[in-house]
Design a protein around this ligand. Structure first.
Ligand SMILES: Nc1ncnc2c1ncn2[C@@H]1O[C@H](COP(=O)(O)OP(=O)(O)OP(=O)(O)O)[C@@H](O)[C@H]1O
Ligand SMILES: [Mg+2]
Length: 609
């Protein structure tokens, strides 16, 4: 399942199951579909009648010199043209409307589903992949349902009405057509297939190239900092050249397609003129009939090309559909159990009981992890990068669930609670806080949607975010930019803190930003956190000396295990990992404190199991 986002994995052959699912998308709109199919049938019938009228005009009007008949035929021709115009307008309008609806529904369905998926899906699936499902693939499916259906039904109706009229006029000539037409169909389909293969190659290369663009643009700072421009350009050049070649081959084949179809058509036309001319000579056929026949032949060439095109595009759309369905079918890994309930509160001790956890089966992160945290306790998690600190809080938030063992909240396995009941009662400030584009005020309101402006400002004040917000030109109405990129990391954390305060959480989690925050902001964050931690079970992934010192208990997490546990003084006295990890930092931050620590009195060891 790891690489399911790669295009190669998708079957591009006709797949009945997928076709049925695509049809199911159109099913609620069957009235619209039936409407435009009927209109298209009308258009095709009219087209055939026009050609037949031309026969009558020649034979019964012009050649017979019958003025009255000619006038009559012109009136019929004119009124049919009006009906034709109205029918064409009708089906294009209906199809456009249907296409938009289907696209809207697909996008809505995907958006909804994406929100329900667990974090594990996002860590495995590139965002770019998801974005092209939502944009280009949904457009392609709606095109298949509308224009694919229009073109193919139009082609089928056109071919069959033309054939009926031809048999009616002269069945022997129609027989010649019956030989020529299949030849064109076969050649056209073979060609289209080849063209498609080339186009698909080009598209695959194109998406690789887009990926390269994407990485380079989003990582532009790093690229510049590492002076990778030269090397990246080389790689880019290689990919762009292959794309050029694939696109060139596709264009070459496409250019060849039309002349060949027309050549075969011309051979058919020659056969008709030759046979028809002889028939006219012996008096077995009228000039108008021959004219109509040639009309029908050219008239049939176009739908055949259309059919070949629709067939080719349909395979593409089916691949699109399979990708969309794979997204819609992706099951969230963390789901509510059928018996899940809302405990009304998640206050209580938190207990990791023999927990095993991995993101990737081959790389266990936590093995037999045990931890008991008392209600109201403040836990500081420290340790080397990649040790498992964020993983522990991810598990508490139930973004992921343990593969083995149990996490209990207040003595109950937390998988018997609904996800919403847990997550809505946890306030979190993440390592790289995410803000949504919009005003600061609305970003804080995310904590509790029904909060009033006064409550929002009160929360910001408690979080000590109020000062910096009011110092901005538009205050609470200041726009934060996409992902909050107009603010500094420290400011984003302060806003996330305010958001957490507003949500009045029962458990508070903070993954401190490691990036340097100025001393003033740092002090503000510290004060805001203290407000929030008061009386709440809190897990702080701490880098700051001040936070760590105030914690009830410090856990050193290394390689997914608790290697040391105790208060600041205790751990310093043990002179273990914590001591060596932090003496350097402490010396830099507050050198005098090291000496004080050794003079501190011994304290009882906190319980760990
Ligand atoms: N989404 C993920 N998918 C796969 N592996 C992951 C994922 N997140 C973390 N890991 C792996 O799990 C291990 C623990 O990572 P974790 O993020 O918990 O570390 P951390 O202690 O928070 O580190 P840091 O101090 O750098 O934030 C690491 O080996 C990491 O590579
Ligand atoms: Mg982390």
């Amino acid at each position: 399942m790891d690489h399911y986002f790669e295009e190669e994995e998708f079957n591009t052959q006709f797949n009945g199951h997928t076709l049925r699912r695509i049809a199911a998308q159109a099913k609620p709109h069957w009235r619209g579909v039936a409407g435009f199919v009927v209109l298209i049938a009308l258009v095709s019938l009219n087209d055939s009648v026009f050609t037949y009228l031309s026969k009558l005009i020649i034979d019964e009007g012009i050649l017979a010199g019958d003025r009255a008949r000619l006038n009559q035929l012109f009136i019929i021709y004119g009124s049919l043209a009006l009906v034709q115009a109205a029918a064409i307008f009708g089906f294009i309008y209906l199809a456009g409307q249907l296409g938009e609806r289907i696209q809207y529904e697909l996008r809505r369905k995907m958006f909804n589903h994406l929100q329900s998926l667990s974090l594990s899906y996002y860590s495995k699936t590139p965002i770019g992949w998801i974005m092209s499902r939502v944009t280009s693939d949904s457009a392609r499916i709606s095109e298949l349902i509308t224009w694919g259906l229009i073109d193919s039904s139009w082609a089928v109706f056109n071919l069959s009405t033309a054939l009926i009229f031809m048999i009616w006029i002269n069945w022997q000539l129609a027989l010649i057509m019956a030989v020529v037409m299949p030849a064109i169909v076969i050649i056209a389909s073979i060609f289209k297939r080849q063209i498609l293969v080339q186009f698909r190659r080009a598209r695959k290369l194109n998406s690789k190239l887009t990926g390269a663009y994407n990485e380079n643009i989003t990582g532009v700072r790093v690229v510049k900092a590492l002076t990778r421009e030269e090397k990246n350009l080389e790689e880019f050049d290689g990919q762009a050249t292959s794309l050029y070649h694939a696109a060139f081959r596709a264009a070459w084949l496409s250019a060849l397609f039309l002349p060949i179809v027309q050549l075969v058509g011309a051979v058919g036309l020659g056969a008709i003129v030759w046979y028809g001319g002889w028939q006219i000579e012996i008096g077995a056929m009228s000039i108008g009939s021959l004219q109509a026949f040639m009309g029908y032949l050219t008239f049939m060439l176009f739908p055949i090309q259309e059919l070949a095109r629709v067939y080719a595009e349909m395979q593409n759309s089916i691949a699109s559909a399979e990708r969309i369905f794979s997204l819609i079918d992706a099951e969230p890994e963390v789901v509510d159990r059928s018996y899940a309930f809302d405990p009304q509160t998640v206050k209580g001790d938190i207990h990791f009981d023999h927990v095993d956890f991995f993101y990737d089966e081959k790389k266990p992160v936590l093995i037999d992890f045990n931890l008991r945290v008392k209600q109201g306790e403040t836990i500081a998690l420290v340790g080397p990068t990649g040790g498992g600190k964020s993983t522990i809080v991810n598990l508490i938030c139930r973004f992921y669930e343990p593969q083995r063992g149990v996490i209990r909240i207040g003595g109950t396995d937390y998988t018997s609670f609904t996800l919403e009941s847990i997550q809505s009662r946890i306030g979190m400030v993440l390592q790289s806080p995410h803000l949504f584009s919009g005003a600061i005020r609305d970003n804080i309101r995310y904590g509790r949607l029904d909060a009033t402006d006064a409550e929002i400002e009160a929360a910001a004040q408690l979080a000590h975010a109020h000062e910096f917000i009011t110092a901005m030109p538009k205050g609470y109405d200041e726009e934060v930019g996409e992902g909050g990129n107009l603010l500094s990391v420290g400011q984003k954390q302060l806003i996330s803190l305010a958001r957490a305060v507003l949500s009045r959480p029962e458990i508070f989690i903070m993954d401190e930003a490691t990036s340097s925050v100025d001393t003033l902001t740092e002090a503000l964050i510290q004060q805001g956190m203290e407000t929030l931690m008061h009386g709440r079970t809190s897990f702080i992934i701490a880098h700051r000396l001040s936070t760590i010192k105030k914690a009830d208990r410090i856990l050193v997490i290394e390689g997914g295990r608790i290697t040391e546990s105790g208060s600041h003084q205790e751990l310093i006295r043990q002179q273990g990992h914590y001591y060596s990890l932090y003496t350097k930092q402490f010396q830099a931050e507050a050198p005098h404190e090291i000496d004080q620590l050794f003079e501190a009195k011994p304290q009882p060891t906190a319980e760990v199991r």
